[in-house]
Write a protein that binds this ligand. Structure first.
Ligand code: SF4
Length: 413
């Protein structure tokens, strides 16, 4: 096959709208905090956002702030501040960078959004341990700081087949949150409103799935690095019409690209899967590296984590429980391997990159033999890249570049 030179990837036009949505989200929270017109709940990224929204809260996601700290490459400055009060450099670097920024009274939001001086203060903190225990510790720090209630859901982890008992446990715990949420919001729980919000979340989720699945086309119109940016509304605005409208627009643009064979990576020769967290501070150089290698990272566990097929407005509590237990990160290695095998087929993949993320063992699948088992089972080549989501001291750009280039070279043979 003749060598195809890399050219600049085309820009996704919907990005301008996405930026506006994120801006509106932060200004709305800031206004609510300053005017005290609406209560604010902090929620973990795969926590019960639908319930909170249905009870009149504005919802803020500290993990999104953690990702912004990482993407703006400020995280590494703040992590040592959290380390100095006893939060280990070994634990989640979203947590340590976010806590460090708080202690330093800084936020990148101030640089991007004039007039915003701090993250919005919470009236209540709501977690779900479905992803990890760190979120509970993280929110507990802020509960002590702001002297506000913390409530949450404890989910089974390492789940093989999702059983009725798992669903019942989580659904009961979700319902158990209602009295405290009523007390803080001053608003009575309204089942009809919850159904409406779950319906919107379902629609958002279905559209987000379709967006990601456009990458099954050859060439793919979108790559993983685009996905990490465009997932913003699915994370922070799910359960709203705004998110639904956004993904309709993005989907139409990508379908048009598929029709016209517009590639995210010009001259796409290889198609890879990314497992694990993004390396937020290195998205652009990584995208450029893969682009120069005519290799598209077409799919990922991470972006798929905001697909909640099980939402059912007719049965909101049970369906939310199922959706939040079905997630990849909650599951056993066996279930995860089956999932990745399906991804390899669906997206016509040539290889897998496992990110061994130093401070997030919860979203790292390279430490207990999974890459070797997958290679043995269906011969898919893979590499393990050492790094971190936010702590760039754990990442060597040169070493990673060499490993990735050698991997692609091997695929070329
Ligand atoms: S899943 Fe990983 S990155 Fe996310 S909050 Fe937990 S430890 Fe941090």
């Amino acid at each position: 096959m003749p060598e195809v030179k890399a050219s600049k990837p085309p820009k996704i036009k919907a990005a301008a709208k996405m930026k506006q949505i994120m801006s509106d989200h932060f200004y709305e929270l800031d206004k609510a905090m300053k005017s005290k017109t609406q209560k604010i709940a902090w929620c973990t990224s795969v926590g019960p956002a639908e319930l909170l929204r249905s009870m009149g809260f504005l919802v803020y996601f500290p993990e999104n702030h953690g990702a912004i700290l990482g993407a703006t490459r400020q995280a590494t400055d703040f992590i040592p501040i959290a380390n100095s009060i006893g939060y280990s450099p070994e634990i989640c670097s979203y947590l340590t960078s976010d806590v460090g920024a708080y202690l330093k009274k800084k936020t990148p939001l101030s640089q991007v959004y004039p007039g915003i001086e701090s993250v919005p203060k919470p009236d209540i903190l709501v977690f779900n341990t479905n992803q990890c225990r760190d979120v509970q510790d993280w929110f507990s720090f802020y509960a002590r700081e702001f002297k506000v209630p913390i409530i949450g859901i404890e989910t089974h982890r390492g789940v093989g087949e999702v059983q009725a008992a798992h669903i019942k446990s989580v659904a009961d715990q979700m319902q158990g949150l209602v009295p405290k949420l009523e007390e803080i919001s001053g608003q009575k729980f309204d089942l009809g409103e919850l159904k409406r919000v779950v319906g919107l979340s379902l629609e958002c989720s279905q559209l987000w799935r379709k967006v990601l699945e456009t990458a099954s086309a050859v060439p793919s119109p979108i790559n993983f690095f685009d996905g990490t940016i465009h997932m913003g509304p699915a994370v922070v605005m799910r359960g709203t019409q705004v998110a639904v409208d956004y993904y309709k627009e993005l989907l139409a643009e990508l379908e048009e690209r598929v029709k016209n064979k517009v590639a995210a990576v010009a001259g796409e020769k290889h198609r890879l899967y990314w497992d694990g967290m993004p390396i937020w501070g290195k998205l652009r150089p990584m995208a450029e590296l893969f682009n120069s290698l005519n290799t598209c990272v077409v799919a990922s566990t991470y972006c798929n984590s905001w697909i909640f097929d099980d939402f059912d407005p007719g049965d909101p509590f049970n369906s939310m429980a199922r959706a939040y237990v079905q997630l990849f990160i909650v599951r056993s290695d066996e279930a995860k391997e089956k999932y990745i095998e399906d991804m390899v087929k669906k997206f016509k993949l040539d290889g897998i990159i496992f990110h061994d993320c130093k401070t997030c063992p919860n979203n790292t699948n390279a430490r207990y033999g999974m890459p070797q088992r997958l290679q043995k089972r269906f011969g898919i080549p893979n590499i393990v890249v050492a790094g971190d989501l936010n702590d760039l001291r754990c990442y060597s750009e040169e070493q990673t570049k060499t490993v990735i280039e050698a991997f692609v070279e091997q695929l070329n043979k």
